[in-house]
Design a protein around this ligand. Structure first.
Ligand code: ZN
Ligand code: ZN
Length: 340
């Protein structure tokens, strides 16, 4: 099979990925072999490929196949997998496997799984979906509703579930105001899930394309973060009930905290630094990372009903470099997907 292999991380311009012919993997007990048809291209893939996370031990193996928003059909079943069948269309999210027995796994918060040996991350500790085949851990694969096309479904497995997890934690009520910081791959899905709650939405982003997308997705107001401090602007108008931050920007997180009402919530989904925190305002800063299997199933149900849809642009497996370069250059409005 053909796979995009990462051996030595480095700037995407230096072409760290090589399209290589490798053996098709054999599924072990509890695993399935998936014939990949689509894989989303995530900013975190770019971070890993460029070596930003080497100090944190990512990638954990070398060479590795990146990619963690994967859709395909089951080509082979490992021992003990009797609830799936060959030909089933399934997806895999970044959480490739968890222990299933720790307190987090038992309370539908398995993205917090505390196991150091059983928790695996797709495309970071095990091979991912930039390839013609990959292994899935059957308990962490999800059947895809028939109405969803492969390439459209792929981003549901990372931006989709990440956005849903954040909106879920925000507990938005009809009539409340929510400001989203960063209208990209995850952000454009946040707006679609938040719209279903009846909240009034404000989009904060850089660049005309992203602001236009925010308007199209129902924001009654957009703020160009290049043309003033959005936190101060929103504070002057009384502040918002909830801020959701997916922009990888410390200044934007701090602006979001300022622009949130006393007692409001700030949901954070990127590595940023919140800075000094003024406790008497009783604001809550809540971290949010991907989502549980239960939340993933919710995302698929909502997408199947037609209420949310990932905006995509597709590339072929040999154009993976091109997709990553476009992502780095800020040219991808919402999500790039490799189709195989
Ligand atoms: Zn992702
Ligand atoms: Zn666990």
């Amino acid at each position: 099979m053909r796979a995009q292999l990462l051996a030595t991380p480095g700037p995407i311009e230096s072409k760290p990925l090589t399209l290589t012919e490798v053996a098709v993997p054999e599924p072990g007990p509890g695993e399935v072999l998936i014939k990949v048809t689509a894989c989303g291209v995530c900013r975190s893939n770019l971070h890993m490929i460029e070596g930003d996370w080497v100090a944190n031990g990512v990638p954990a193996k070398s060479p590795i196949v990146p990619g963690h928003e994967v859709v395909g059909t089951i080509a082979k079943l490992g021992a003990g997998v009797d609830w799936l069948k060959i030909g089933d269309r399934v997806g895999v999210q970044p959480l490739w496997s968890t222990c299933g027995v720790c307190e987090f796994c038992l309370t539908a918060r398995e993205q917090l799984c505390s196991s150091t040996t059983k928790k695996e991350i797709t495309g970071e500790t095990v091979d991912g979906g930039y390839a013609e085949y990959m292994l899935g851990y059957a308990l962490h694969t999800y059947k895809i509703p028939d109405v969803l096309k492969d390439a459209e479904a792929a981003p549901l497995f990372c931006p989709g579930v990440t956005a849903y997890g954040a909106v879920h934690k925000a507990q938005l009520q009809p009539g409340q105001t929510m400001a989203l910081y960063g209208v990209g791959g995850v952000g454009h899905m946040v707006l679609q899930f938040a719209a279903l709650t009846g909240a009034q939405m404000i989009g904060v982003a850089r660049g005309k394309n992203h602001l236009k997308l925010a308007e199209e997705l129902g924001c009654y107001r957009t703020i160009d973060s290049n043309s003033g401090d959005p936190g101060e602007i929103l504070k002057k108008d009384g502040g918002v009930d909830v801020s959701i931050v997916f922009a990888p920007s410390t200044p934007m997180l701090r602006q979001a905290i300022v622009g949130t009402k006393p007692g409001g919530k700030i949901i954070v989904g990127t590595f940023t630094d919140a800075g000094p925190f003024f406790f008497p305002d009783q604001k809550q800063i809540i971290g949010s990372v991907i989502g549980s299997r239960w939340e993933m199933e919710d995302v698929l149900k909502i997408a199947a009903s037609g209420k949310v849809k990932a905006h995509i642009v597709t590339y072929s497996l040999d154009q993976t470099d091109e997709a990553l370069r476009a992502l780095k250059a800020g040219e991808i409005e919402a999500r790039a997907v490799i189709t195989i």
